[in-house]
Ligand binder design. Sequence first.
Ligand code: NDP
Length: 256
Amino acid sequence: MTAGLFDLNGKVAIVTGGNGGIGLGMARGLAAAGAAIAIVGRNEAKSADAVAVLVKAGPKALAVAADVTDEAAVDAMVMRVRGELGRIDILVNNAGINIRKPPESLDPKEWDSVISTNLTSAFLCSRAVHAAMKAAGGGKIINIGSMMSIFGASFAPAYAASKGGIVQFTRSCAVAWATDNIQVNAVLPGWIDTELTKRAREQIEGLHDKVLARTPAARWGVADDFAGIATFLASGASDFVTGTAIPVDGGYSIMG
Ligand code: NDP
């Protein structure tokens, strides 16, 4: 009964921030299930390296240089993916940054930069793919939140605001586009070993061990922990799942 349920052959996925970290872990899962992948990031060389990894899994992959905070760049990226890969079935809104400062020290430009990279980008990309997905009879959108979609963060107010916003944006699109057969869900990563958290580990003394102590699974997450959830949420296996926010955190968010 489940044979073929996770098959993504013939599907096309856009993964923003897919040239490293969690995005690349998700892209690897989607590619292994058969999807062609467009990797979107600002760093062209890094995106080309990611594409080289993905094509070894079989399907077509394309690197598109774009800043996802820029409306015109997002629209051009979506047009290029439709032109070169033929369709768009899956969008992973994963690009993200953090600026670690308490609210009183955060510059308004820094606030804008975090909100536009983590939240406005998801709006711009989702809006840009909606027509293509609707015309194709449906689609899947996966937005990346955080534990800070749930918890406050004294040293990351813009980040927490953006990630809280991602969950409400997810629910709003899920409701708006349910009858277009577009399922919209969020994934909330715990502490994952990537470039983003490498910087946090350098700034926060003892962070590595604190995470181990608080996480029931007693380990940091890795990028490949996201291959399965991405494949589930991108496939027919999740056709009646929409508007959810699923923690992928080794149990971090259930600890009091
Ligand atoms: P990384 O720093 O490893 O990757 C971030 C990605 O975002 C890069 O590929 C980067 O590519 C891309 N990116 C950043 N800004 C832009 C932009 N303006 N336009 C296009 N691409 C951009 O981070 P992670 O893999 O750790 O994070 C991925 C997502 O997961 C983020 O949304 C993050 O907030 C979230 N997350 C991560 C957690 C963790 O513990 N690592 C925990 C919770 C959530 P380039 O530089 O080429 O533009």
